[in-house]
Design a protein around this ligand. Structure first.
Ligand code: AMP
Length: 421
């Protein structure tokens, strides 16, 4: 016998019945995207490495440590190109926006995508090499109203999927005017204590000192005394941040200011936010995050275009739902169609009629005894059995409630109404 092949490390097979939770969470995301007037966009799962290097920043973890590189077919003329599976969708969406001249469409554009992202990290609980996000991006809107709208939308997503204890953390990390002096203030703060920093932080201090703040191993005293970006904002950024906060308060969206929230990617400006769930520790606490990236379009060679978006991790949302014991809503009644030997044409016809009426139906394709078919139907989660027999000639079937055991003869045309929806 040959050796069995298993799924690659850091990936997961999503199997029924667990996939019901996925369908629920994705349905909530799709419904919210509709209610908030986002339009669907789809982009490739892989892009040129250069797009991520330029967009996300060479010093970001996603580029420096976690890039999932792929090579093309051997011998292809594009062999020289370097590709990577997308670690996040924003850079690709902005690339598509520029490439297709989407700025000519009436804006601001509100775009949404659900799909897999890839990061070549060391796999652990809640951290996978392939995971899914619900992503929204708004291009051409400088805010601040949209900033508040997106924080409200993400908060509503967590509420509508059924999670409790999710906290929105908000910060402003300034822009091209006020970030350089703030970076310098951080360098000045940390440099005298460089021996107390982790290896990662020492390296980051040189290339991206903001990232020292989100080092989980940062000495608490050094963290507490570190300069805060909110105190170093230029007038325009401070006003923007004040207005975002005022809007969140007007909307009654609970949030906390987190001075250490800097987000991992270089393209963020001004508003940054993240959602964490109470009762979990470490990085896996983060369920989703986002922020403003007003400089990204230019970094990718386009005209200046303000942008803001978020990526909510679906894997961790589902883990948190499971931990909180939240079951997905049941999918409605399931009808098994059972019958007697070799009446499969009748069974399939009855199944079709019930499906025409909108029901979920699984016909039994065997010639087992009726009792065995009913047993299998219950085990498979069916709540009703449509029993096909002689009376079908008069347009009638037996309808058995598998929970109560009650059975009656009903006209096929009435069965769906009897079962209800
Ligand atoms: P980030 O852009 O890194 O803040 O990611 C946004 C969200 O995606 C996170 O809050 C997580 O929920 C999710 N996420 C990021 N990386 C992973 C991963 N390796 N495995 C599972 N979920 C992830």
């Amino acid at each position: 016998m040959s050796r069995q092949i298993s799924a690659p490390r850091g990936t997961r097979d999503l199997l029924p019945p667990d996939t019901a939770a996925w369908s629920h969470v994705e349905a909530v995301a799709r419904d919210l995207a509709r209610r908030y007037a986002f339009e669907r966009i789809d982009i490739p799962l892989f892009e040129r490495v250069e797009l991520f290097a330029r967009g996300l920043g060479e010093s970001s973890d996603a580029v420096e440590k976690e890039m999932f590189r792929v090579s093309g077919a051997r011998g292809g003329s594009e062999e020289g190109a370097e590709w990577a599976l997308r670690p996040e969708p924003t850079a690709g969406i902005v690339r598509a926006y520029l490439e297709h001249g989407m700025h000519v469409r009436p804006g601001p554009l509100r775009l949404t995508l659900i799909g897999p992202m890839f990061r070549y990290d060391r796999p652990q609980a809640g951290r996978y090499r392939q995971f899914s996000q619900w992503d929204v991006e708004v291009l051409g809107d400088p805010g601040p109203a949209i900033d508040a709208e997106l924080v409200e939308l993400a908060s509503r997503f967590y509420r509508e999927v059924g999670l409790s204890g999710v906290v929105a953390k908000v910060n402003s990390i300034g822009d091209a005017a006020c970030r350089p002096p703030y970076r310098q203030a951080l360098v000045d703060h940390f440099t005298p204590h460089i021996d107390r920093l982790s290896d990662d932080s020492r390296r980051r201090l040189a290339v991206n000192p903001l990232r020292v703040l989100d080092d989980k191993e940062l000495d608490p005293e050094l963290a507490a005394t570190a300069p805060r970006s909110a105190d170093h904002l230029c007038d325009a950024c401070r006003e923007h941040f004040d207005r975002v906060r005022g809007l969140l308060e007007a909307l009654g969206v609970p949030y906390e200011i987190d001075h250490r929230l800097v987000r991992g990617l270089d393209y963020y400006t001004r508003t940054a936010f993240e959602f964490v769930v109470a009762g979990r520790e470490g990085q896996q606490r983060a369920l989703g995050g986002g922020g403003r990236y007003d400089g990204l379009a230019e970094m990718l060679g386009g005209r200046p275009t303000p942008g803001i978006g978020f990526g909510l991790g679906l894997d961790r949302t589902i883990i948190a739902l499971d931990e909180q014991g939240v079951a997905p809503p049941s999918g409605g009644p399931l009808v098994a169609v059972v019958g007697f030997e070799d009446d499969h044409a009748d069974r399939l016809r009855v199944a079709e009629a019930l499906r025409d009426a909108g029901l979920a139906v699984r016909p039994d394709g065997t010639n087992r005894k009726l009792g065995k078919q009913l047993e299998a139907a219950s085990k498979a989660g069916a709540t009703w059995a449509a029993i096909v027999g002689e009376e079908l000639r008069d347009g009638r079937i037996g309808l058995k409630n598998l929970a109560t055991g009650e059975q009656e003869s009903v006209a096929l045309s009435e069965a769906a109404a009897r079962i209800g929806g």
